[in-house]
Write a protein that binds this ligand. Structure first.
Ligand code: ASP
Length: 344
């Protein structure tokens, strides 16, 4: 007889576990036991389910690297005894957490399925029940060799399973709240869970799970727009302690070609700060050599983030800077796909 799959649910907070405050009518996090009470169907799954919850469940807008470290530590501690992990999380920063975990959990070989919901699980029309049950089934799924079907961090939401570091929240009210604009779905959820095996991460692991906890938060986004002020760009890029910038440029990686802009970027890079160029477009890739404006940025020392999402770009930069690597090595790894986050 086959052993029952062991799944650990890590409950961080978010709408999935929220309840209406009877006085203020605002949504507030509640105790995890309430969640299980609201989904009695979980008991119909033949898994051994255990749970861990944040001592104080949070709205995911309050998420920060110390919470990522807490999730990663729970995974590390239970890694050898658990077949799959389901992380319940608010949708607002879910793509950041999934991206961050993908970089932190080096040599991950088991499923880490992040999910949440748009409506609280206690509501009649909730999407939380379906998402939780499907996430548990995906975390328990095996391939034809009895190995975990998913061996990466992924986001399950409504009809799709997406690679975590390729996902982005695109809708504040649609049940299909997530998209991956530059990478196909890992599974389509309909009557069945239809895995797209050709898209699942299948890299050779170089050892056992190695959790990289350190994240350097001396990073920022510079989101440009026509009319952006010279003094403000200079002010931001001279912020004390800053080590990395994700420049959100136009189209295929273009920015104003006025000399003050390029000079400010060049000066920033000359001060040892890493500037990564990603596109503001929801789909597509930075192609620095396509237009003169992009080429000038690249000549100034700006590195290409190819088709990285904002969430993956900023968390990857935090992760690499957190490892204390030399600047050139951070640049090299920023332009290397570490766990399927970019197409070079
Ligand atoms: N504000 C909530 C959160 O991100 C929204 C949600 O869960 O969907 O925690």
């Amino acid at each position: 007889m086959k052993a029952r799959k062991k799944i650990l649910i890590i409950y961080t907070g978010g709408t999935i576990g929220m309840i209406e405050n009877p006085e203020s009518h605002a949504l507030e996090p509640f105790d995890f036991d309430h969640l299980i009470d609201n989904v009695p169907k979980i008991r119909m799954l033949d898994y051994e389910i255990s749970n861990f919850q944040f001592s104080k469940p949070i709205d995911s807008s309050a998420m920060n690297p110390s919470h990522w470290a807490e999730i990663a530590a729970v995974i590390e501690k239970n890694y050898d005894n658990i077949d799959g992990f389901v992380v319940l999380h608010g949708t607002d920063t879910m793509a950041y957490t999934a991206s961050a975990l993908s970089f932190m959990l080096e040599n991950l070989d088991k499923p880490v399925i992040v999910t949440g919901s748009q409506l609280p699980i206690g509501e009649v029309r909730t999407d939380g029940e379906e998402n939780l049950i499907t996430a548990l089934q995906i975390a328990a799924a095996e391939d034809e060799n009895g190995r975990p079907m998913v061996r990466e961090v992924a986001i399950l939401f409504e009809n799709y399973l997406w690679r975590g570091n390729r996902s982005t929240k695109y809708s504040a009210d649609n049940f299909n709240a997530f998209k991956s604009n530059n990478y196909p779905e890992l599974a389509r959820i309909g009557l069945d869970i239809n895995f797209k095996k050709q898209y699942l991460l299948r890299t050779e692991k170089k050892g056992s799970l190695n959790v990289k906890y350190d994240m350097d938060t001396n990073v920022l986004f510079l989101n440009i727009f026509p009319g952006i002020r010279k003094d403000l760009v200079s002010y931001i890029l001279n912020a004390p302690g800053i080590k990395g910038v994700v420049l959100k440029s136009f189209g295929a990686g273009n920015a104003p070609n006025e000399s003050w802009f390029l000079d400010t970027i060049r000066d920033t890079i000359n001060r040892g700060i890493i500037v990564v160029n990603i596109t503001q477009c929801t789909n597509g890739c930075v192609m620095p050599m396509r237009y003169m404006t992009g080429k000038e940025l690249s000549d100034a020392g700006c590195i290409s983030g190819y088709d990285l999402t904002s969430e993956a770009a900023i968390t990857k930069l935090m992760h690499l800077l957190g490892q204390g690597l030399p600047t050139e090595e951070v640049k090299r790894l920023m332009t290397t796909s570490l766990c399927g986050e970019m197409t070079i």
